[in-house]
Design a protein around this ligand. Structure first.
Ligand SMILES: Cc1ncc(C[n+]2csc(CCOP(=O)(O)OP(=O)(O)O)c2C)c(N)n1
Ligand code: SF4
Ligand SMILES: [Mg+2]
Length: 284
C-alpha cells in the first residue's frame, strides 16, 4: 500500500505561507495515496512559475521543463510509456499564456494525461504582473491603468475544442480537489482541472475569503453534465456564485486509440529491429 511518506520530497518549500499551492499539493498527494499509485509509476511534469515548482515537492519521476512547454513533454512521455500516470502542473500564465498554443492542441489530440492548472489569476513568480485570466481593469505595477484585454476562459475554450473532462476546483477545498484529481486520473483521455488558487502576495481580490463566499459544488445532486450547452453555462458562470466540480465528462477515442502502432502497446515495449531500420533507411 502506498503511503503519504512515499511521496515525501527532500527539497525545502519556499512558497509564501498561506499560498493556495499548498492545498493543491496536499490534494494531489492525497489523491495519489488513495489511488495507490506508487511513485515509480507516476510522472509529474511542469513548466515555469510557482506552480511549476510542484514536482520538486514530490518524490517521484519528474520533469521541470521550459516555460509553457509542459504539455508537449507530457504527450511524448505518455506515448512512449502508456503505463505511467502522467500529471502536469502548470500556472495560468504558463499554460494559458506562454503555452496557450500547446494547451489548444493537447486538447485536440486527447492524450491520456491530467492537467492541473494553478490559476491564481496573476504571474506569481515574477512578482505580480497580469496573467491571461486576470480580470479586466486589474491594476498591477506594470498595468497601472488596469488590464485592457478580455480574460481567457479556459473552461469554455476547452469545451469548444471537444475536451472530454473539464473541471474547476478551489485549492481551499482539499477533499473535493483530491476527489476531482482522482476522477481526472481515472478518466481515459485528456482531463483539465482549472484550480482557483489564492496568491496571498500579489492577488488581493481573489482571496481565500472571496472564494469561500462564492464557490458551490455543482455536482452536489450527483449529476455530471454531459451536455455541452449546460456545461457552457457553468463554464461562464462567474461573480456572486462560482461553480466548482466536473463541468463536463464524456469519453471519446484517445490519441493512442487512433494510431495503429500505439494501440499495439507503448513505444518503450517494442523490440528494436536493426534490420528493419536499415531497410527503411535504405528506401529514403
Ligand atoms: C520564455 C520565458 N518567458 C518569460 C519568463 C519569465 N517568467 C517566469 S514565470 C512567469 C510567469 C508565471 O506565471 P504563472 O504561470 O501564472 O505561474 P505562477 O508563478 O503564478 O504560479 C514568467 C513570465 C521565462 N522564465 N521564460
Ligand atoms: S507569490 Fe503567490 S503564488 Fe507565489 S508562492 Fe507566494 S502566494 Fe504563492
Ligand atoms: Mg499564476
Amino acid at each position: 500500500m502506498v503511503d503519504l511518506k512515499d511521496y515525501k520530497s527532500l527539497y525545502e518549500n519556499k512558497w509564501c505561507p498561506g499560498c493556495g499551492n499548498f492545498g493543491i499539493l496536499a490534494a494531489l498527494k492525497d489523491a495519489l495515496v488513495k489511488m495507490d499509485i506508487p511513485p515509480q509509476n507516476l510522472l509529474v511534469i511542469s513548466g515555469i512559475g510557482q506552480a511549476g515548482k510542484t514536482p520538486h515537492f514530490l518524490n517521484c519521476n519528474m520533469f521541470h521543463g521550459l516555460h509553457g512547454r509542459a504539455l508537449p513533454v507530457a504527450t511524448g512521455a505518455k506515448i512512449a510509456n502508456h503505463g505511467l500516470t502522467v500529471v502536469v502542473n502548470s500556472g495560468d500564465g504558463d499554460c494559458y499564456g506562454e503555452g496557450g498554443n500547446h494547451f489548444l492542441h493537447a486538447i485536440r489530440r486527447n492524450v491520456d494525461i491530467t492537467l492541473l492548472v494553478h490559476d491564481n489569476r496573476i504571474y506569481g513568480l515574477t512578482k505580480g504582473q497580469a496573467s491571461p485570466t486576470s480580470d479586466l481593469g486589474t491594476v498591477t505595477k506594470i498595468q497601472p491603468h488596469g488590464v485592457i484585454s478580455q480574460p481567457f476562459n479556459p473552461l469554455a475554450v476547452a469545451l469548444s475544442l471537444g475536451a472530454g473532462f473539464v473541471a474547476r476546483a478551489f485549492s481551499g477545498k482539499i477533499d473535493h480537489l483530491s476527489q476531482l484529481i482522482q476522477e481526472g486520473i481515472k478518466f481515459k483521455g485528456f482531463s483539465l482541472i482549472d484550480i482557483l488558487q489564492p496568491c496571498v502576495s500579489f492577488n488581493f481580490v481573489n482571496t481565500h475569503d472571496w472564494y469561500n463566499q462564492r464557490v458551490y459544488d455543482l455536482n452536489q445532486a450527483g449529476s455530471v453534465p454531459d451536455n455541452i450547452d449546460e456545461a457552457m453555462k457553468y463554464a461562464t458562470q462567474w461573480g456572486e456564485k462560482i461553480p466548482i466540480g466536473i463541468i463536463y465528462k464524456k469519453e471519446k477515442p484517445t490519441f493512442t486509440d487512433r494510431i495503429d502502432v500505439l494501440r499495439q502497446g507503448p513505444l518503450n515495449s517494442r523490440v528494436y529491429d536493426s534490420k528493419r531500420l536499415k531497410t527503411l533507411l535504405s528506401k529514403l
